[in-house]
Ligand binder design. Structure first.
Ligand code: GDP
Length: 462
């Protein structure tokens, strides 16, 4: 892991748009010399005289030759993303031009930025807290409507503002409790224990539903893992192909040909699902197939939902229980998919309905593409994820979850201490720890290793 230099006295330079050829590219320069450096190679108006946040057209000159025609925008400190002077150069997106512009800016005194260094500077200059800095990274990587909404809500700062208010109030209580310690000889109570209890209870009530959203957090970010399981020839690959609408899996009438795990994603109502087609769970002599089967078991264990596909035409209550039972004991939510309904009569349908009992069931014909859209909707319902309100705070980041969990545990400890009328010095200690953990969430209290770790995962230029 590369730790970011904490020296922010120099001026950093990076390509902020995607690397590779494009119509236009954006190069960003931030630091005290940003404007002066670009001024030296820019043939347009004098940059230092152009008002902040205004774009000007001109030419970049390198060794007396025109390198490119560009659009340059200046952002004067502190009204910029980093809180420093920033110059953004919009140039043509040829890899040659990009490289030459970067070289030119470095030769004039810039330094190539480390990953995440722009965001790190913004954080250090208090343009945003750590929650928001991380939300910026999540926003860049968001691949679905819900992932985008979660990152956007975090960026808007709802959680940051709430946590700040709560922390301030706890700091107020803590200082009163500390003050009591100075008067320990006398029996005084500056901090109302009732009011403190109420505050802690309210905070716990505020945190609980937010923490709960994390069970979907990873799924929102990376897609909800859904395993397609069932006996060979049930029609799993055909269904997957239908869902993906492209022939990625091998469809064959020979049992057991789907040997490995195939994965792909689809979006249903803005939510990304990751489909995993597995080998069946049957015992096999074939080594390759055995590996496939053990992988399938692993995937089923970690999946959010299992689509258990079976051939409705071959269904008899006696022959499907074993594998399904195994899946159910692996602890997953199962959605039964009775495939090949084109081949069955209504008597068979009601037999299946009865056998399914309370398990969710969807009839389809993968081959004829009937009821596949209904299956998608059932899938959405069964995932439970649509219960999330996209406008509310959703935790998708492990660090946020873990540090908020620590806050929650410490608040519970404070509450216990209050109930058991613990001594003032111990209460003060519990409160101090609580405030510390609050600070960890938003980044008011951090250590360099943690910061380095967070920002090094950003891309260069961010
Ligand atoms: P898998 O082993 O579970 O992946 O099964 P496949 O997707 O390879 O399908 C096995 C066979 O069943 C193939 O010959 C498919 O064409 C056929 N099949 C799949 N779905 C249907 C369906 O809905 N109706 C009918 N009649 N045949 C189907």
């Amino acid at each position: 892991m590369k730790l970011i230099s904490i020296d922010s006295s120099d001026t950093i330079v990076a390509l902020s748009s995607s690397p590779g050829m494009s119509a236009v590219a954006l190069i960003r320069i931030s630091g005290p010399e940003a404007i002066a450096i670009v001024e030296q190679c820019f043939s347009g108006k004098k940059l230092s005289q152009i008002p902040s946040h205004q774009a000007v057209f001109g030419r970049l000159i390198s060794n007396g030759k025109v390198l490119d025609e560009v659009l340059v925008t200046t952002f004067h400190a502190p009204r910029s993303f980093t809180g420093e002077d920033i110059v953004e150069i919009g140039c043509h997106g040829s890899t040659f031009i990009i490289e030459e512009v970067l070289k030119l800016l470095v030769s004039l005194g810039g330094r190539l930025a480390e990953p995440g260094e722009f965001t790190m500077r913004g954080f250090r200059n208090r343009k945003f807290d750590l929650l928001k800095a991380e939300a910026i990274a999540d926003l860049i990587h968001a691949e679905s409507t819900l992932a985008h909404a979660a990152a956007m809500n975090m960026l808007k700062g709802g959680l940051s503002n709430n946590l700040k208010t709560i922390r301030t109030s706890l700091v107020d209580f803590a200082s009163l409790v500390e003050l009591e310690l100075d008067f320990s000889e006398e029996d005084v109570e500056f901090a109302s224990r009732d009011a403190l209890t109420k505050q802690v209870q309210n905070t716990l009530a505020f945190l609980a539903p937010i923490l709960e959203t994390y069970q979907y957090g990873n799924a929102i970010k990376r897609g909800i893992p859904v395993v397609i399981a069932g006996k060979p020839n049930a029609g799993k690959s055909t269904l997957l192909n239908r869902l993906l609408q492209e022939e990625k899996a091998i469809v064959s009438s020979i049992p057991g040909t789907t040997r490995d795990v195939i994965e792909d994603t689809i979006h249903i109502e803005g939510i990304q699902f990751r489909f995993i087609d597995t080998a069946g769970l049957r015992e096999s002599e074939d080594l390759v197939e055995q590996i496939g089967v053990s992988r399938a078991r692993e995937r089923i264990k970690t999946a959010h939902l299992v689509l258990y596909v079976f051939d409705a035409s071959l269904f008899s209550p006696a022959n499907w229980d074993q594998e399904l039972n195994e899946i159910l004991t692996l602890g997953n939510k199962v959605l039964l998919v009775a495939n090949k309904v084109d081949k069955v009569n209504s008597k068979q349908l009601s037999l299946i309905k009865n056998a399914a009992g309370s398990l969710p069931l969807q009839f389809i014909s993968a081959e004829q593409n009937t009821y596949v859209d209904e299956l998608k909707l059932t899938l959405l319902q069964q995932s439970g994820i649509q219960l999330l309100n996209p406008n509310s705070i959703i935790i998708t980041n492990l660090r946020h979850f873990e540090s908020l969990k620590k806050v929650q545990q410490q608040l519970e400890k404070v509450l216990e201490s209050l109930h058991s009328h613990i001594s003032t010095d111990l209460l003060a200690e519990d409160l101090r720890l609580c405030i510390y953990h609050f600070g960890e969430v938003t980044g008011e209290i951090t250590n360099e290793d943690i910061l380095g770790n967070i920002f090094s995962k950003f891309c260069i230029g961010k």
